[in-house]
Design a protein around this ligand. Structure first.
Ligand code: SAM
Length: 233
């Protein structure tokens, strides 16, 4: 069974797009919003044009536009359904003049070299089959030295009882609750794909191999998510 969406077509996300935000809030107990805010902070304030890769329903794109004055965001995603929901939210937030969308694949980003001041990708890299190619693309389209921020779910770590609890929640509750609430089996995939994702130190190595400089990994909520920050070559 594959743990990534091999074709980057976003078909799985087309099926769950209308329930995606609700399911996220329930299954992360509302913590996912805090993680995205932390990731957007890591971009700094000195960025104008930002790529939100795997933008999905645009929570990160909206946060960037709200928090970083004068920023403009391009949200890129292969799923028509997720982009449709994202567009709706951006219009409702009155940000349609600063957040635009494009259908596309992170493994072949349709943008010229150094087109963006920064890039961010939240909970997306796990779904990409050729991660190395995607990371190289992020380094290519961001201007030299610009921030590249990747937020991803990970295996909770450490001896704290809450880390243990978070591990159990993710392994046993998330797939069942997700499948029940969404009436699809897609959420079993979520648990498998987190388990199959490289450890933070391994992922940092991959970022470095792809030319991204000064990589750092910060565990969030006992390592239930990890924030990776680096700079474009
Ligand atoms: C779990 S969602 C994350 C959405 C959003 N960033 C968020 O914070 O909620 C993963 C997204 O990755 C997208 N995706 C899947 N394959 C992709 C690819 N090859 N390139 C870019 N995005 C991809 C999916 O369509 C989906 O919208």
């Amino acid at each position: 069974m594959n743990n990534t969406l091999q074709d980057g077509s976003g078909q799985m996300f087309d099926r769950i797009c209308e329930r995606y935000d609700f399911l996220n809030r329930v299954m992360s107990l509302g913590i996912d919003g805090r993680w995205r805010k932390r990731a957007v902070q890591a971009l700094g304030s000195d960025v104008g044009y930002v790529l939100d890769l795997a933008t999905g329903t645009a929570d990160v794109a909206i946060e960037v536009a709200r928090r970083i004055p004068n920023s403009r965001v391009l949200g890129l995603d292969p799923s028509d359904g997720m982009l449709r929901v994202g567009q709706r939210k951006v219009e409702k937030a009155g940000l349609a003049n600063r957040v635009t969308f494009k259908k596309g694949d992170g493994q072949r980003i349709a943008a010229s070299d150094d087109a963006f001041d920064a890039a961010i990708m939240a909970f997306g890299i796990r779904n990409v089959a050729r991660r190395e190619r995607c990371l190289r693309e992020l380094g290519r389209v961001v201007r030299p030295g610009g921030p590249v921020v990747v937020l991803e779910l990970s295996e909770p770590r450490g001896g704290h009882p809450l880390a243990f609890g978070a591990g159990l929640w993710k392994r046993y509750v998330v797939p069942r609750l997700g499948s029940a609430l969404s009436s699809t089996p897609e959420y079993a995939y979520l648990e498998r794909s987190i388990r199959a994702f490289p450890r933070p130190d391994e992922f940092l190595e991959l970022m470095a191999t792809c030319g991204l400089r000064g990589g750092k990994a910060e565990p969030l909520t006992f390592g239930a998510a990890t924030l990776f920050t680096a700079r474009a070559p």
